[in-house]
Every structure is written in structure tokens, then in C-alpha cells.
Design a binder for this molecule. Structure first.
Ligand code: PMT
Length: 401
């Protein structure tokens, strides 16, 4: 593992006494470590110990002129390749969920785009409380990784889940998260989700895309150090950590958003399911049944939407542009035709006739269809795995330029 920059956030629980060991474990792996403490953490571990072990001053205050002279809180947030929060109290996790920024630690956690590794430690009943369960789920959903807590005898006298993981285990989890920043310097634009084409003020024509595939792609690009813009269509997913999100509901809005980001983009991945057609004359008001008369039917006239992928591929320059294709039959042939018609560098073809892949589910089975005619078939993988495979290919393409 190459040495990386790890920011250790310590909050106020008894397990904070183990953080000097954690610092030593991270330093033994060659990492550069800085520490920041909440006010409560200082009651369990002294800044002097952590300063001595890291060789760097320990940050405690949001507004401290002396400390600010060295590295300010945004500098600290940007410095980190990974932020480890150990121990993470129930209170700090609740603040992370709410996006509170009322001290140095919570502010840096809100500002950083680095991946977050949380090592909770608390009383077994606090860990089991519905509020904490919900907070953990919400953080997981945002892409935060957890290590522990472990079961055992707790400092408070109770037994059960709540012990902070051992420093060695936390350091292993940190190493597992520290993928090489192989996309640093790249600006990746990802589209995700379906579009909704308005019929009237309340109704629209839409599709089954959940956004899961595109969100996984955006998260993977961020993990690899890219500057990521996620253009999200219709989806209820939370924004992955470290990603800038732009919402665009209809195909026309999505086109505008993509074009606005295109100049700065070096890689574009179009995983969104964009409607090919939209109602020709959407009504600004709700169409009411009683205004139409009893038993009346409506005929919707649909007009073609602009093909965003074809449009940006025509302006490709040195960019890498990847399209997706959702196909229910003749998957490879249809993807090849799309690749030729749209002019992108690669098409990722989904077989949407499978119930266990494609729309809505957490896994996908794709084929990479290349302009050379080559087809690579991947096994059924979590969407995060498909995203990783995709960026391995994109990195090779960019390296070859
Ligand atoms: O969101 P999930 O539930 O996780 O599902 C993932 C997915 C199945 C939606 C995704 O993996 C996928 O296949 N997305 C593309 C679906 C699609 O719209 O395919 P298409 O064959 O209609 O379009 C081909 C390509 O052209 C796509 O990259 C699409 O973004 C793009 N396109 C299409 C129409 C249009 N007007 N403009 C476009 O840019």
C-alpha cells in the first residue's frame, strides 16, 4: 500500500484511549496521520500523546487563530485521502446524518470529499436504539463504511455489541478503502436514473430506472479520486459521498445539464435511461377528467427527444464517452448498432430480460461492447463491481491516449 494521508477524528467515548494504538498501527503502514478531537474526546486522550505519535499538531478548535495559521478546517478536509472516525459516538453519527457543523470535527466531516470509515463505540443499548440504527443505515446508504462495533464486555458494565474494533482491524479496514487515486485530475460526469416527461402538471411518462447503476458509477469514480458531477434524473437515492449532484428530471433538462458540464469533463458515463420521446404539448395545468366528458379517451402525441449521447459524442475531442444500452433481446447486435450510431468509445449493454439484473435491482450482468467488435461478458456482479470493472477499462483507454 502506498503511504496515504489519513485524518483521524476522535470523539468523546472511553474507547478514545485506544486511539494512540490506532495511530501507531496506521503509521506502521507508512501513512501520514493527522488527528482532530472533539472537546469531549480530550477528556479521554490528550492531544500531546497524539501529537507525539503523529509528529503533527492536533486540531481541536474550529476558530483558533494559532491553529488556523497552520491548516484551516477546509484545508484539513481537502488534505485527507481518508477520514477515520474512531471512536464514533452515537452523538457524532447523529450529527453526521443531520449535516450539523457546530465544531471542528463535524464541520470537517461535512466539508471533506474523502471516503469516511466509521468505528462506532458505545453502550449496547445506545447502539441498538432505533435512532442509532436508523442513523447507521442512512450513513451506509450515503456510502460511509463501518468497521465494528464488536461484541464483548463494555466499559459501562454491560455486555453486547458496542466495543470499538481493535486498532489493527480498523487499520486493515482503512487500507481496504484506500484504493489508488487513479482518476485524480479527471472530471467525470455521470448521468443516472430515469427521466420523467411531463404530460400535465401532475403526470409524466417515465421508466423503471432507479439510478442505482449510475450512482454506483459516480461513487466509484469519487473513490478513485476523480472530481465527479452526478446528473440525476428521477431517483430517490441519496447522493454518494464526495460527489456534486445536479438534478435534471426531463430529457431536455438532462441535456442542458450535460452540456453545461461538458467543457470541463474528461470522462462522461451515460447510465441514465433517457426517454426517447416526450409529450408534444404538456399542459401547464392538471388535465381534469370532468373537463373531457364521460368516457372520453386521450391521445398523447409524442415527439422525439434530442439524443444527448450522440450529440456529445460528436464533440468528443480527447474525452472518453461511455453509453449504456438496455436491451431485452439481440443484446449484442443492438448494442453494436447503438455504438455505431451514437459514436461513443464503449457501450455497456444490459440484458434487461433477466429478473436478477438491470433495472431496480442491486446487481447487474453486462457486456462491454467495443468499436473493434470485441465483446467482454461479465458475470452477475453488484453494481459497485460493474462500476469498478468499467473504470478499470476506462483507465486503460485514457492511459493509452
Ligand atoms: O438505474 P438502474 O435501476 O440501476 O438501472 C440501470 C439501467 C438498466 C437503467 C442502466 O444500466 C442502463 O442500461 N441505462 C441506459 C438505458 C437506456 O436508456 O438505454 P438506451 O438504449 O435507451 O440508450 C442508449 C444510451 O443513449 C444511454 O447511454 C442513454 O443514456 C443515451 N440516450 C438515450 C436517449 C436519449 N434521448 N439520449 C441519450 O443520451
Amino acid at each position: 500500500m502506498d503511504p496515504r494521508r489519513i485524518l483521524l477524528a476522535v470523539s468523546g467515548g472511553i474507547a478514545a484511549y485506544k486511539t494512540p494504538e490506532l495511530v501507531r498501527a496506521l503509521r506502521a503502514r507508512g501513512h501520514d496521520v493527522r488527528c482532530m478531537l472533539t472537546a469531549a474526546a480530550e477528556r479521554f486522550v490528550t492531544p500531546l500523546v497524539l501529537q507525539t505519535l503523529t509528529g503533527r499538531s492536533v486540531r481541536r478548535e474550529l476558530f483558533d487563530a494559532g491553529e488556523e495559521g497552520e491548516i484551516d478546517h477546509i484545508g484539513l478536509a481537502d488534505w485527507a485521502d481518508l477520514v477515520v472516525i474512531a471512536p464514533a459516538t452515537a452523538n457524532l453519527m447523529a450529527k453526521m446524518v443531520q449535516g450539523l457543523a457546530d465544531d471542528l470535527v463535524s464541520t470537517v466531516l461535512l466539508a471533506t470529499r474523502a471516503p469516511l470509515l466509521v468505528a462506532p463505540a458505545m453502550n449496547v443499548n445506545m447502539w441498538g436504539h432505533p435512532a442509532t440504527r436508523e442513523n447507521v443505515e442512512r450513513l451506509r446508504h450515503r456510502g460511509v463504511t463501518f468497521v465494528g462495533p464488536e461484541a464483548g464486555e463494555l466499559a459501562c458494565g454491560w455486555e453486547g455489541l458496542g466495543r470499538m474494533s481493535d486498532p489493527g482491524r480498523i487499520a486493515d479496514a482503512a487500507d481496504a478503502l484506500l484504493v489508488a487515486p487513479s482518476l485524480r485530475g479527471e472530471r467525470v460526469v455521470v448521468t443516472a436514473g430515469g427521466t420523467a416527461e411531463p404530460i400535465d402538471a401532475v403526470r409524466s411518462v417515465t421508466n423503471r430506472s432507479s439510478g442505482k447503476m449510475g450512482f454506483a458509477i459516480a461513487a466509484e469514480a469519487a473513490r478513485r479520486g476523480a472530481d465527479v458531477v452526478l446528473i440525476a434524473g428521477v431517483t430517490s437515492l441519496p447522493t454518494p459521498h464526495g460527489v456534486r449532484r445536479v438534478d435534471a428530471r426531463s430529457a431536455l433538462e438532462m441535456r442542458e445539464a450535460v452540456l453545461a458540464e461538458l467543457d470541463a469533463a474528461t470522462i462522461v458515463v451515460k447510465a441514465a435511461a433517457v426517454a426517447d420521446f416526450r409529450p408534444a404539448a404538456p399542459s401547464a395545468r392538471k388535465i381534469k377528467k370532468e373537463d373531457l366528458g364521460d368516457g372520453a379517451s386521450i391521445t398523447l402525441e409524442l415527439v422525439p427527444n434530442p439524443d444527448i449521447l450522440a450529440e456529445i459524442s460528436a464533440r468528443k475531442g480527447s474525452r472518453t464517452i461511455v453509453g449504456f444500452a438496455a436491451e431485452s433481446h439481440d443484446v449484442v447486435e443492438a448494442a453494436r448498432r447503438k455504438l455505431a450510431r451514437k459514436g461513443c468509445d464503449l457501450i455497456v449493454a444490459n440484458d434487461i430480460s433477466r429478473a436478477d439484473a438491470g433495472f431496480e435491482v442491486d446487481e447487474n450482468a453486462v457486456r462491454f461492447v467495443w468499436p473493434s467488435g470485441e465483446v467482454e461478458e461479465l458475470p452477475l456482479l453488484p453494481k459497485s463491481g460493474v462500476a469498478a470493472q468499467l473504470f478499470d477499462r476506462i483507465e486503460k483507454l485514457r492511459g493509452g491516449r
